[in-house]
Design a protein around this ligand. Structure first.
Ligand SMILES: Cc1cc2nc3c(=O)[nH]c(=O)nc-3n(C[C@H](O)[C@H](O)[C@H](O)COP(=O)(O)OP(=O)(O)OC[C@H]3O[C@@H](n4cnc5c(N)ncnc54)[C@H](O)[C@@H]3O)c2cc1C
Ligand code: FES
Length: 333
């Protein structure tokens, strides 16, 4: 079905089964986007005339829905609509870059300070938008409500647009736009909090897990907390000393670095993180809460294995770090 999508003075006919994001991008209208899966919220737009399907507002806050905001990557309109890019008021905050340092050979810590108050939970994610409209999501590794500082762990990719921008061009003292927070991968203190917690992640999947672990321990969580951090080689691990110190401080916390291409007899466990985690699953499966973050393949595989082993799906919280997807190609000039 073809519908017309109007924006500003322009109007485009969508192709069959095409999203608003793809239709606009195909016609040369730039709309920030990253995951194209309804996760990062970087493609938020506003409908000013017409209706969008429910799927285009799935997971949005009620206040966003009230403002007729929708996700352009999830929106396949059934009738003609008029849309616009939101002006950012109430959606986005400016944040000052206050720190940059390397946590290992390819993970950079980026510290931001939001303008005004910034309510979030450690483990949620925000979307960074730079001056060119490039948008990517990053997980929050600390509790920003304490001192206003937002800590992110950025994996530097050789050909990564945002990670290269953040490493080379984003200077301390410059501003970025942040959208969010979003996501439900965070610690919630519950009545009788003696249940076991298992956290597992690869690479910068450690960022949200570090935030959640520290939050649970600082809240006085009484059950066993096990954190598994997977890496290909030992040099890919990071925050090892800090996590070992945390384990010394809290007898109920166990830190297990896992190295796929590792040797026996080291400070880490050699082998596949999925096998190491499954071998260490607590006996009380029905009470265990699990947090999985990082590479989508690992997150999805462990989620399935944990569920099949007896964990309730409502107790498994996941953040798959979906890579960015290109929008539809622009027509040749
Ligand atoms: C909810 C959520 C939370 C996230 N949290 C974090 C976080 O805390 N830390 C973090 O570093 N990233 C995180 N990501 C991923 C992040 O948003 C970006 O996708 C990532 O930083 C790459 O962006 P880039 O612009 O540097 O690379 P891009 O320009 O997007 O990609 C460059 C190339 O690398 C490929 N690529 C992208 N990601 C990967 C990957 N993981 N492995 C292999 N190839 C890849 C792309 O397909 C492309 O070919 C998260 C993603 C989501 C959806
Ligand atoms: S939610 Fe649309 S691009 Fe991520």
């Amino acid at each position: 079905m073809t519908v017309r999508i109007a924006i500003g003075d322009a109007c485009f006919a969508s192709e069959s089964d095409e999203t608003v994001l793809d239709c606009l991008s195909r016609n040369g209208v730039s709309v920030p986007h990253a995951c194209k899966s309804g996760v990062c919220h970087s493609c938020l737009m506003q409908v000013t005339d017409g209706e969008v399907p429910d799927a285009a507002q799935k997971g949005l806050k009620p206040t966003y829905k009230k403002q007729n905001l929708f996700l352009a990557c999830q929106c396949k309109p059934e009738k003609d609509i008029t849309v616009r890019l939101p002006d950012g008021a109430g959606l986005d905050t400016r944040a000052l870059i206050v720190g940059k340092d390397m946590l290992n050979h390819n993970v950079m810590r980026l510290e931001l300070r939001g303008e005004g108050s910034f309510a979030c939970e450690p483990g949620q994610y925000i979307t960074l938008i730079n001056g060119d409209g490039l948008a990517r999501s990053y997980s929050i590794a600390n509790d920003p409500t304490k001192d206003g500082r937002i800590e992110l762990h950025i994996r530097l990719l050789n050909d990564g647009q945002m990670s290269t921008f953040l490493k080379d061009r984003a200077a301390i003292g410059a501003f970025l736009t942040i959208r969010g927070p979003a996501g439900n991968c965070f610690y919630v203190r519950e009545e009788g909090d003696a249940y076991p917690i298992v956290l597992a992640g690869t690479g910068t999947g450690l960022a949200p897990l570090y935030g959640i672990t520290k939050q649970a321990l600082a809240s006085g969580h009484k059950g066993e907390v096990q954190l598994f951090h997977g890496a290909l080689k030992d040099v890919d691990l990071y925050l090892v000393t800090q996590l070992q110190a945390l384990a010394q401080e809290h007898p109920n916390f166990r830190y297990v670095p896992c190295v796929l291409k590792g040797d026996a007899g080291q400070f880490y466990q050699p082998g596949n993180i999925e096998e190491i985690v499954m071998a260490a699953m607590p006996a009380e499966k029905t009470r265990t809460r699990m947090f999985l973050c990082g590479a989508p393949e690992m997150v999805n595989a462990l989620k399935r294995k944990a569920f099949l082993s007896g964990l309730a799906s409502k107790h498994i919280f996941v953040d798959a770090f979906l890579p960015s997807q290109a929008a539809a190609a622009h027509p040749a000039p």
